[in-house]
Design a protein around this ligand. Structure first.
Ligand SMILES: Nc1ncnc2c1ncn2[C@@H]1O[C@H](COP(=O)(O)OP(=O)(O)O)[C@@H](O)[C@H]1O
Ligand SMILES: Nc1ccn([C@@H]2O[C@H](COP(=O)(O)OP(=O)(O)O)[C@@H](O)[C@H]2O)c(=O)n1
Length: 204
């Protein structure tokens, strides 16, 4: 059996949190596709040409902790605008989406480009100030020295780049259900996401 849940949305909207908890609830595997672009972005900061980095990426060995910072996030959204980088990362994501036992992928173009046939699609949003505050708390807790204004600027710059690029821009798929988590606690957002996925035919 293969069942794919596609979750897209802007930076720090809560899609990763929802994706992880949906995967645990339904017993599916989870792929945070942002980590792929972050890994390529980090390589670019180290001087490796982005296409070379994308083609040589070891997707099993990604160190999420080392990829979480705002500098890597900006680099990720720059390499993510390069069509050849996106093309180099398509196959690994599609193979993951179709693995037996079910899969949850979160990113920007999962419901639109990577897996338009996904059985369930969510588009997770929240106000920019709310998202910046959440991400700022998370970064400070993990030892990054950043101000809330710097995080807001990072989030807004990435949103603009991600929404306005020509190739696979951030936008909801026509058949995606939008979930606005601005005023929701994590548990409520997850419960709502589970209900949406159950309505799409998954059981768990
Ligand atoms: N509904 C929510 N209410 C409060 N905080 C949240 C909520 N959803 C996520 N968070 C927190 O916000 C931060 C960003 O969430 P995350 O799931 O990583 O977002 P994304 O994957 O969209 O970038 C995390 O620290 C997470 O714990
Ligand atoms: N499927 C995806 C996932 C991420 N990305 C890019 O990678 C960057 C980092 O993604 P991320 O999901 O780790 O970012 P956050 O939402 O966690 O802040 C984004 O700003 C996008 O530019 C993408 O283009 N397509």
């Amino acid at each position: 059996m293969s069942f794919t849940i596609a979750i897209d949305g802007p930076a720090a909207s809560g899609k990763g949190t929802i994706a992880r908890q949906l995967a645990a609830h339904f017993g599916f595997a989870h792929l945070d596709t942002g980590l792929l672009y972050r890994a390529v972005g980090r390589q670019m900061l180290l001087g490796v040409p982005p296409l070379e980095a994308a083609q040589g990426l070891d997707v099993t060995g990604l160190d999420a902790q080392a990829l979480r910072g705002p500098e890597v996030a900006q680099a990720a959204s720059k390499v993510a605008a390069l069509p050849e980088v996106r093309a180099a990362l398509v196959d690994v994501q599609r193979a993951f989406a179709r693995r037996s036992g079910g899969a949850v992928l979160d990113g920007r173009d999962i419901g639109t480009v990577i897996c338009p046939e996904a059985e369930a699609k969510l588009f997770v949003i929240a106000g920019a100030e709310v998202r910046a505050e959440r991400r700022w708390r998370e970064l400070v807790a993990s030892g990054h020295e950043v101000t809330q204004d710097e995080v807001l600027a990072d989030v807004l710059a990435r949103d603009a780049r991600d929404m306005n690029r020509a190739d696979a821009p951030l936008k909801p798929a026509e058949d995606a259900v939008t979930l606005d988590t601005s005023k929701m606690a994590i548990a409520d957002a997850v419960a709502e996401a589970i209900a949406i996925v159950e309505r799409a035919g998954a059981s768990g």
